[in-house]
Design a protein around this ligand. Structure first.
Ligand SMILES: [Zn+2]
Ligand SMILES: [Zn+2]
Length: 465
């Protein structure tokens, strides 16, 4: 790469190496030259070198989900806006402020999905999964979009892994979802604990809401603007407010556990019994409400365990979920209970860094195939295919002609064997095999080289054990 090009690459890479900053306004944007086409604020590229942790997490998540009988589901990035207005809720930050909504060429209002549960429940109803043996267990991995303030670990396009169990009321379902959320993070090596609560059902929550409104009405003057507005429409969200004044008021507020009906109380007790039996570390947090309207009964969040001098780290959940027995009816008119979790992948990667958790290093190829000359390149491509059929990783750089630069790359990769194919070797049907550790090199039959290398690597493995 020419020097100038290299410099430009580094410049464009720079914003990548840091997290997006808080921005008070779009001042910086205006100063940018119109000619510069750049990444949108709050979005990010994931370069090949940064794929490792994400791929590792995806493999782990998939293995765990499949073992527990969850099948993968993919739903579109774009949905009808009304899906999210009805499910997530009109009076939520997500729908009010953060959705990417536009009118498409056909005149329909559509939105980039801000979360995936609503889409999964829509798909469950639309494809008649109600007629399958219940419950239906699915997992997803995909991008969501929210026009949020960009800050550490928060992007406007972010990835979520999630599990949903639909069609069953049994509290064992809630326990299984919480268990899998916990196991996923624990097996990666993260220290986490669960916050759990029950927010009741349509039978008991209205009475609680009434009391909550009555309590806050007396303190209305001390509430922040948002909360004053939310007080009548969505009083539970007042418990979620991060403003200091509202936080203070919360400590005296009535607690939902005192208002749960018998059914909700029993359900919650049974979930907690499972968590105790499974030794899942959790805290009861009677003010945990989650930011979406559709939850009923069990709600939970996964918080990182952080040192005492970093309390702010414990405030940012890595994921969360709960039961949503009313969601299906809201979307499709058909009743179907459900419970699920979603986990934010970008935050997880950052938390892994904070807790010094590294994904296991991937082993690179142990063989490098170098070529000199046009004929060798052509024969080399064929040889490479022979290795691929044997599922053996082989490094190469067919884009280069110089042996020196090929050997430099082989050295960087730390391979055990370098195979060198020149014009003379192609004509003779041989190839030069160099043992990089011992420095010995020998001529091997081109037809036998794959078998030969396979044998040597196998012998080496036995010796090193
Ligand atoms: Zn209830
Ligand atoms: Zn507030």
């Amino acid at each position: 790469m020419p020097k100038k090009g290299n410099k430009r690459w580094q410049q464009s890479r720079q914003p990548m190496s840091q997290e997006p900053h808080d921005i008070a306004d779009d001042g910086e944007k205006k100063n940018r030259s119109k000619k510069d086409i750049q990444l949108l604020r709050g979005f990010k590229d994931i370069l090949p070198a940064d794929q490792g942790p994400v791929q590792y997490l995806q493999t782990k998540a998939t293995e765990l989900a499949k073992f527990y009988g969850f099948g993968k589901i993919d739903t579109p990035l774009l949905e009808m806006t009304s899906l999210f207005r009805r499910s997530v809720g009109d009076v939520t930050d997500i729908v009010e402020k953060e959705m990417y909504t536009f009118t498409d060429a056909g005149g329909d209002s559509v939105s980039l999905r801000p979360e995936i549960t609503a889409s999964v429940v829509r798909a469950y109803n639309e494809h008649g999964m109600l007629n399958l043996p219940q419950p239906v267990k699915v997992f997803y991995w995909g991008s969501c979009f929210r026009y949020d303030r960009p800050q550490t670990g928060r992007y406007r396009q972010f990835n979520q892994f999630g599990l949903e169990t639909i069609g069953e009321m049994n509290p064992a379902v809630d326990a299984e979802i919480i268990l899998l959320s916990y196991l996923f993070l624990k097996e990666i090596g993260l220290k986490v604990e669960m916050q759990v609560n029950s927010i009741g059902c349509p039978n008991c929550r209205p009475e609680y809401k009434k009391n909550l409104i009555a309590y806050y009405r007396r303190k209305k003057r001390n509430l922040c603007g948002d909360c004053q507005r939310r007080l009548l429409k969505n009083p539970l969200r007042l418990l979620d407010c991060k403003e200091e004044g509202c936080q203070e008021l919360k400590s005296e507020a009535p607690q939902i556990v005192d208002w749960l009906c018998e059914e909700c109380k029993n359900h919650f007790m049974r979930v907690l019994e499972y968590l105790d039996a499974l030794s899942i570390p959790y805290n009861l947090n009677s003010f945990l409400v989650r930011g979406l309207d559709y939850y009923t009964k069990t709600v939970f969040e996964i918080l990182p365990v952080a040192p005492d001098d970093q309390p702010e780290r414990r405030q940012s959940a890595l994921g969360g979920g709960g039961r949503y027995d009313g969601l299906s009816a809201v979307i499709s008119g058909k009743e179907a209970p459900g419970c699920g979790v979603s986990i934010g992948i970008e935050r997880l990667v950052i938390e892994m860094r904070k807790q010094s958790v590294e994904p296991p290093a991937k082993k690179g190829p142990q063989v490098f195939l170098a070529q000199i000359g046009e004929q060798a390149k052509q024969r080399g491509f064929q040889l490479l295919e022979e290795f691929r059929k044997e599922k053996m990783a082989v490094g190469q750089m067919f884009a280069k002609d110089s042996l020196k630069s090929q050997l430099e790359l082989a050295d960087k990769m730390g391979v055990k064997y370098v195979l060198i194919l020149g014009q003379k070797e192609v004509l003779e049907g041989t190839i030069l095999m160099r043992d990089m550790e011992g420095g010995v090199q020998e001529n091997v039959d081109l037809d036998r080289v794959v078998t030969e290398i396979k044998k040597k690597l196998k012998d080496g493995k036995i010796r090193s054990v």
